[in-house]
Design a protein. Sequence first.
Length: 158
Amino acid sequence: MSAIARDAGVTRPLVYHYFPGKQSLLEAVLQREADRLLVATAPDETRSPQENIERALRAYFAHFAESSGGIRELYAADEAGSPEVTRIAAANHVVQVDRLIAATGAPDTPERRLSFGAWLAFVEFAARHAADAGVGTEQALEACMSAWRSVLESSTAP
């Protein structure tokens, strides 16, 4: 906390005034990252649903790559982690699934939410591991779009 105060140009007591501990500071940073991600991936009403999905994917990959670790920490949350961090990640996930349902115009069903949510998990995995696996961003984005087309076809099939 001393290093954070020094880097921010404030006193340590001031940091503790706003953030009683490291966990509350981490949660604030992760909430900020989640909010930034939602803004970066927000749909543009002047674009088609397909263009919005592609644009959001590019924004997500760029945001993830440029992140100081905040997004990686947010999506690395697990049940053993902070309930607040888990809540932040889940809330972001719900917004993204809602956006996908709205973009497709498809009925909102539990099955569709499951499919779209699973696709989002795939996207997160691709963004997190593409570079480590030696896969370029364009290849990873195309894999995500291919998976999206499959999910969309299976979720609209009779």
